[in-house]
Design a protein around this ligand. Structure first.
Ligand code: HEC
Ligand code: HEC
Length: 204
C-alpha cells in the first residue's frame, strides 16, 4: 500500500519535474513518462543527453529516425544485445511518444577533441576522400551534421558511438538499412574513422 503510493508519487514527481516542453513535443503521457524514467533514463539520461559515452545521445534526434530505430530493435531488424530487450514490449503508439519526447529535448554540449585529428576528420566529413572514393558525409548528413527528417543527426554524438557504428556498418553487423553506410564505411581507414568521429563530436 505504502509502496504503491510511493511509486505513484515517484511518477507524479517525475512528470512535474520534466522540463518545459516546446509546442512540437507535448509532455509525455504518464505511462510513457514512467518508461522514460524507469528504463531509458538509466542509460540515455532523462533528457537523452547520455552522460556516459557508452550510450548514444538521442536528444534532438529526428523523430522519424528514432521511431524507425526503435521499431527495428523491437522487431529484430537492428540487432542489439541491449536495445532488443529494451524495446520488445513497446507498442507503436508508445514508440511514437518516446520519439517525440527525445526529439524535443535540447542537444547536448559539443565535445571538442584532439584538434589535429578533428582537422583530418573535417576534411573527410566535408569533402570526402576522392582518392579512395569516400563520399563527403556532409552531402547527406548536412555540413553541420544536423541530418534531415530521413537522415540521422550526427552533431555532438559521442565519438566512441560513431566509431562503433562505422565499424558495424563496415562488418554489416548493423543489420538494418546498412547498404549506403556499408559502402562508405568499408572505404574508410582506421585513422579516417577515428578522425571523422572526433570531428562529429565537436559539431553542434
Ligand atoms: C541498459 C542501457 C540502455 C537502456 C535502458 C536503453 N538503451 Fe537505448 N541504447 C543503448 C545502447 C548500448 C545503444 C546502442 C546500440 C547498440 O550498441 O546496440 C542504444 C541505442 C538506442 C537508439 C538508437 C540511437 C541511434 O542513434 O541510432 C535509440 C533510439 C534508443 N537506444 C532509445 C532508447 C529508448 C527510447 C529507451 C527506453 C525505452 C532505451 N533506449 C533504453 C542502451 C540502452
Ligand atoms: C549517401 C548518403 C550518405 C552519406 C554520403 C553518408 N551517410 Fe551516414 N547515413 C546515411 C543513412 C541513410 C543513414 C541511416 C541508416 C539507417 O537508417 O540505419 C546513415 C547513418 C549514419 C550513422 C548512424 C547514426 C546513428 O545515430 O546511429 C553514422 C554514424 C553515419 N551515418 C556516419 C557517416 C559518416 C561519418 C559519413 C562520411 C564518411 C557518412 N555517414 C556519409 C546516409 C549517408
Amino acid at each position: 500500500m505504502i509502496r504503491s503510493f510511493l511509486s505513484l508519487l515517484g511518477v507524479a514527481l517525475f512528470v512535474v519535474t520534466l522540463p518545459a516542453t516546446a509546442a512540437s513535443s507535448p509532455a509525455p503521457a504518464p505511462r510513457v513518462a514512467a518508461i522514460i524514467q524507469s528504463r531509458c533514463a538509466l542509460c540515455h539520461g532523462a533528457e537523452g543527453e547520455s552522460a556516459s559515452v557508452v550510450y548514444p545521445r538521442i536528444a534532438a534526434q529526428h523523430p522519424d529516425y528514432l521511431v524507425k530505430q526503435l521499431r527495428d530493435f523491437r522487431d529484430g531488424r537492428r540487432r542489439s544485445e541491449t536495445m532488443t530487450d529494451m524495446a520488445k514490449d513497446l507498442n507503436d503508439d508508445v514508440i511514437v511518444e518516446l520519439a517525440a519526447y527525445f526529439a524535443g529535448r535540447k542537444a547536448g554540449a559539443r565535445q571538442p577533441g584532439d584538434t589535429d585529428l578533428a582537422a583530418v576528420g573535417k576534411y573527410i566529413y566535408q569533402r570526402g576522400n576522392g582518392y579512395s572514393g569516400v563520399a563527403a558525409c556532409a552531402s547527406c548528413h548536412g555540413p553541420g551534421g544536423l541530418g534531415t527528417a530521413q537522415l540521422p543527426r550526427l552533431a555532438g554524438q559521442h565519438p566512441a558511438y560513431i566509431e562503433t557504428q562505422l565499424k558495424e556498418f563496415n562488418r554489416r553487423a548493423r543489420t538494418n538499412d546498412n547498404s549506403i553506410m556499408h559502402s562508405i564505411a568499408s572505404k574508410l581507414t582506421e585513422l579516417e574513422t577515428k578522425a571523422v568521429a572526433v570531428y562529429i563530436g565537436g559539431l553542434q
